[in-house]
Design a protein around this ligand. Structure first.
Ligand code: GAL
Length: 369
């Protein structure tokens, strides 16, 4: 019988299953409202703002109740927000975590109350209570960024030129950071070993290259320091940056040090998230030359489909069961494909697909504002 099988499969008997067990079969749809708490990490980055609203709308269109909160990069705030959602009786939690190892206790309470927990884009670690993970192929994000650098610098096995590169990585408390960095480093590695890529700072590990809370200001400060220490007389050819906000911080430091965007001396800079301000720089040639687009409309749809499936009494669709180990188990995941975006294809990928308008790109403020 469906109920028993689900209980066995997940061992956790989510709220859906709990209320199903409490009512007769015919009453299923009346009992299962899909009441969902959406805990997002920050409003500083455009993507989470767009996604919070998108998730809410999609869930409400299905007739479900929602609570949406932003933790503003503060772990205790997010824990408290999740606790209030549990107290308000949500049956599902969709969480874009701030601290990936900080949610164990509150999620244990959620699980005791039968809540189904979906880790949204960022995997929550060190808890047995995560049910599903909706994200992208995060390793591939780093691969695309590194490939952009390789192609823009014209690197190949046979090329003889040497290039100076610096590396940036994301927040250490975000599980995605290591995947982005690893994808980038594995792709650059043959050229580092061959000596075609040199990293003058010698900061090549995740920790020294990291950017706590993905903060553009910290990236700007680190880039300014690197320029001071290593690039007084040396050219800088490229910067591996994992995220648009960090990329803009890097550009600010370069501009402050008199590098001219668009000139031959300006380094190749990567990014991620297709934020309006970064797309503007890509389009106009005034900063980073690449971003990795993760179509967050599809991610929201994946997460909502997970809720919908459970409410409807079936098992959510996943396409990966063996990549994302959260320290307790491999989390059943649905992973989407990221896409490389440059001046050449931004129109097709982000404008024609309706993600953003040309006007929004043109009107985006030039700086962090
Ligand atoms: C990561 C996410 C990136 C970027 C970053 C900063 O977890 O995968 O796409 O949004 O956070 O917000």
């Amino acid at each position: 019988m469906r109920l028993n099988r689900r209980g066995l499969l997940f061992g956790t008997a989510g709220a859906a299953a709990a209320s199903l067990a409490a009512c007769g079969k015919g009453e299923e749809s009346k009992q299962l409202t899909g009441h969902t708490g959406i805990a997002m990490p920050t409003t500083v980055s455009d993507r989470w703002v767009i996604e919070g609203a998108d998730l809410e709308k999609r869930l409400q269109d299905l007739g479900y109740k929602t609570i949406l909160e932003y933790g503003e990069d503060d772990v205790p705030t997010q824990i408290q927000q999740i606790q209030s959602m549990i107290d308000a009786g949500v049956e599902f939690l969709i969480i874009g975590a701030i601290g990936n190892t900080s949610l164990g206790e509150v999620l244990s309470d959620a699980k005791n109350k039968g809540v189904t927990i979906i880790s949204y884009d960022r995997l929550i670690l060190e808890t047995p209570d995560v049910d599903y993970y909706a994200s992208f192929d995060n390793y591939q994000v780093g691969v695309l960024q590194a490939k952009h650098i390789i192609s823009r610098l014209g690197l190949s096995q046979d090329s003889t030129e040497t290039f100076n590169i610096e590396l940036f990585s994301g927040s250490l408390d975000d599980n995605n950071s290591q995947y982005f960095f690893q994808g980038g480093m594995d792709t650059l590695e043959p050229f580092i070993y061959s000596g075609q890529i040199v990293i003058p700072s010698n900061e090549t590990e995740q920790e020294p290259t990291s950017t706590q809370q993905w903060d553009p200001k910290l990236a700007r400060e680190r880039m300014a320091r690197l320029l001071d220490d290593f690039y007084k007389d040396e050219p800088l050819h490229a910067v591996l940056s994992p995220y648009d906000g960090i990329s803009r911080g890097i550009v600010e430091a370069l501009v402050a040090a008199d590098f001219e965007p668009g000139s031959d001396d300006f380094p190749v800079i990567t990014g991620q998230d297709a934020e309006a301000r970064s797309l503007k720089a890509i389009k106009e040639g005034t900063g980073q030359s690449e971003t990795v687009f993760k179509d967050t409309r599809n991610l929201a749809e994946v997460a909502v489909n997970m809720v919908k499936a459970i409410v409807g009494g079936s098992t959510p669709e996943v396409n990966d069961n063996g990549t994302y180990d959260n320290g307790f188990k491999f989390i059943p995941s649905f992973l989407l494909e990221p896409v490389d975006v440059t001046a050449e294809n931004y129109q097709e990928i982000v404008v024609d697909s309706g993600y953003i308008t040309e006007e929004e790109i043109d009107n985006a403020p030039a700086d962090e504002g």
